[in-house]
Design a protein around this ligand. Structure first.
Ligand SMILES: Nc1ncnc2c1ncn2[C@@H]1O[C@H](COP(=O)(O)OP(=O)(O)OP(=O)(O)O)[C@@H](O)[C@H]1O
Ligand code: SF4
Ligand SMILES: [Mg+2]
Length: 379
């Protein structure tokens, strides 16, 4: 369980949000993460789980976050929600602004009014958000009573509707049951219903459909998209499935070892990927439903992600990068701007990303070897 109150990072700022204010936010991005750093201080050393993550997200838009296991995707999301136990966690720098105000320094009381209501999260592990001692209906109805001012009967009726929407059979009966009476996939759906209940401004979906079959996956994604259209919500979609990102996302953030390595519009990152890690990832992750069943064309990136306690010098990817030069071991690469499209600046953190020849030649070689480009050209 990661639920917990910040202790070290005293949430001192007395700013608060008007949670009934669902008007469009026009003074900047709805969510802005600025060089955020979250480290865990453990007996073995300092785990640099989130080490300088930045991105912006506008209302009505979807950001896909991809990266290998352990790259800091979930910890970044949990940090925004104020759900990391501190200690061992500690914010070492940066900020995250929602509607222009810091989520990092907000008082816990302010965060309680935001969490699950204006910013909701579908967790990777359903039991993180389901309480085993309360009926599912109670857990769905309570936020509706607290945040939406519904009476008990109305909230329970709405809970039944939400269960129906996420495809739970006999919702009138199931609403009276406890989480342990649901299978893993059904619990996942309950959690999705909880996250959608209050029509959040920002929905963070952490591998939301992993435990579900393909048909239910499609239904859930459709539900999220309908909610997005209705409420102009922003969605952060954390996933290992590049097909889902291609279908849903406007922008993509690629993470490696706690850092962003590439960011931009989905078109730029998918069709002009500029970081050697992104090339490797595209060849190793499923892009279509067929890839999930026929894994033969997928080639894992050689080597393993580094220890976040003892990161390699320079570019963290250098021990695995086929293009590494001496400078890669010595200097952390700056953020290189490659271009922009759909209002998003395309950036990559690689010493050579600014060289169009390096990118073009090597990207084609890498992606042709995994048939990604040929399939796209043939499509
Ligand atoms: N409480 C903690 N104490 C120490 N290290 C932690 C803690 N929680 C997470 N970590 C570490 O932080 C790193 C990032 O974890 P995170 O869960 O964000 O990865 P992820 O990108 O979501 O991976 P996955 O794709 O497997 O879900 C991992 O190395 C993890 O072991
Ligand atoms: S900076 Fe060097 S090691 Fe890092 S991705 Fe670029 S070429 Fe590879
Ligand atoms: Mg995760």
């Amino acid at each position: 369980m990661v639920f917990g109150k910040n202790k070290d990072n005293a949430q001192t700022s007395d700013h608060t949000w008007d949670v009934s204010d669902t008007s469009p936010y026009t003074d900047g991005p709805l969510l802005e993460v600025q060089d955020l750093k979250m480290y865990f201080h453990t007996r073995d050393g300092v785990v640099k789980a989130v080490n300088g993550v930045s991105y912006t997200l506008d209302a009505g838009k979807t950001l896909g976050i991809v990266g290998e296991s352990g790259s800091g995707k979930s910890v970044t999301a949990m940090t925004l929600m104020g759900l990391i136990n501190m200690p061992p966690g500690k914010i070492e720098g940066g900020d995250a602004l929602y509607r222009g105000k810091s989520l990092i320094t907000a008082k816990e009381e302010a965060m309680r009014s935001i969490r699950g209501n204006r910013i909701a999260m579908i967790f990777q592990d359903p039991m993180t958000s389901l309480n085993p001692v309360y009926k599912v209906g109670h857990q769905l109805a309570e936020p509706l009573r607290i945040h939406k001012g519904m009476k008990k009967k109305e909230a329970w009726a709405h809970a039944v509707e939400l269960l129906r929407l996420v495809g739970i059979p006999s919702p009138e009966q199931r609403v009276k049951e406890y989480p342990h009476q649901f299978s893993g996939g059904m619990r996942q759906r309950v959690m999705i219903a909880m996250a959608l209940a209050c029509d959040p401004d920002v929905l963070i979906a952490d591998e939301p459909t992993t435990a579900l079959d393909v048909t239910i996956q499609a239904q859930i994604i459709q539900l999220m998209e309908e909610m997005q259209k209705k409420s102009n919500s922003a969605i952060i979609m954390i996933t290992h499935d590049l097909g889902v990102v291609a279908d849903m996302a406007d922008d993509v953030l690629v993470m490696y070892a706690g850092r962003p390595v590439e960011f931009g519009s989905v078109n730029d990152v998918f069709y002009k990927p500029s970081h050697p890690y992104t090339w490797g990832l595209m060849g190793s992750l499923p892009r279509t439903a067929q890839d999930l069943t026929e894994k033969s064309d997928l080639q894992p990136i050689e080597g393993l992600p580094p220890s976040l306690i003892d990161l390699p010098s320079g570019c963290s990817f250098h021990p695995r990068c086929p293009y590494a030069k001496e400078i890669c071991q010595q200097e952390v690469p700056d953020v290189v701007t490659i271009g922009s499209s759909s209002g998003k600046t395309h950036t990559a953190n690689c010493h050579f990303a600014g060289d169009p020849n390096f990118t073009k030649e090597n990207m084609e070689k890498e992606l042709l070897s995994t048939k990604v480009l040929t399939e796209e050209r043939d499509a």
